[in-house]
Design a binder for this molecule. Structure first.
Ligand SMILES: CC(C)(COP(=O)(O)OP(=O)(O)OC[C@H]1O[C@@H](n2cnc3c(N)ncnc32)[C@H](O)[C@@H]1OP(=O)(O)O)[C@@H](O)C(=O)NCCC(=O)NCCS
Length: 177
């Protein structure tokens, strides 16, 4: 995906604001690194001619199922003054529609259990990166985009280089602390 340097700066700035003082700097750097990777898919949402939300999708490999085409949803951010107006939901659905058009099998996410639970994401048998065994935790979920294609699919996984750092997958990690 080709994104201009100006757009990259704008997207990074948006996530800095969305995630706030503590998490913002770590997530901003992660966004910067992800946007340098050619295969990253970046989806925006605008209101009043202004960028108010962004979500990134990066390739997510299943070691035992290399034929499956999967993406990781991370991060997603909506400007604080626009949060709680269903724009996050709209952004996820815009991303899902785009990924379906690319014939993607599934999307994975590590995030607020309730938020993604009501947006079509379910617990998965695929292990988190750096884990050898599946931990069916509420925060780790998958949304199947091709019906039935992920049935009985499990095993270990690897995310893109930018987010392949153990701290991003440590469930006790708090950015900024
Ligand atoms: C999380 C975020 C993307 C949601 O976007 P949004 O446009 O505010 O959310 P929507 O209006 O689509 O949905 C609102 C729902 O999300 C829930 N929600 C919002 N922030 C939440 C949070 N931090 N934890 C749990 N639920 C949250 C609301 O309770 C509400 O639930 P409901 O639909 O049951 O009423 C946005 O609030 C944001 O950018 N937050 C800061 C960055 C962040 O935390 N990103 C996600 C990391 S997993």
């Amino acid at each position: 995906m080709t994104i201009t340097n100006n757009e990259k700066r704008e997207i990074k700035e948006l996530h800095l604001k969305a995630f706030g003082k503590e998490e913002g700097p770590v997530i901003g750097d992660l966004v910067g690194d992800m946007l340098e990777e050619q295969e990253t898919i970046s989806i925006n949402i605008e209101k009043d001619d202004k960028l108010v939300g962004n979500v990134l999708f990066t390739p997510f490999k299943l070691n035992e199922h290399p034929e499956k085409r999967c993406y990781l949803l991370a991060p997603i951010g909506i400007l604080p003054e626009y949060q709680g107006q269903s724009l996050g939901k709209e952004l996820i659905e815009k991303g899902v529609a785009h990924l379906k058009s690319l014939d993607v099998d599934a999307i994975f996410v590590l995030g607020y259990p309730k938020y993604y639970g009501i947006r079509g994401f379910y617990p998965t048998y695929v292990a988190l990166p750096y884990q050898k065994e599946v931990m069916r935790i509420d925060a780790w979920k998958m949304r199947e985009l091709k019906p039935g294609s992920m049935a009985e699919v499990g095993g270990t996984s690897v995310a893109c280089d930018a987010i392949m750092k153990p701290e991003f997958w440590d469930l006790n990690y708090e950015p900024g602390s």
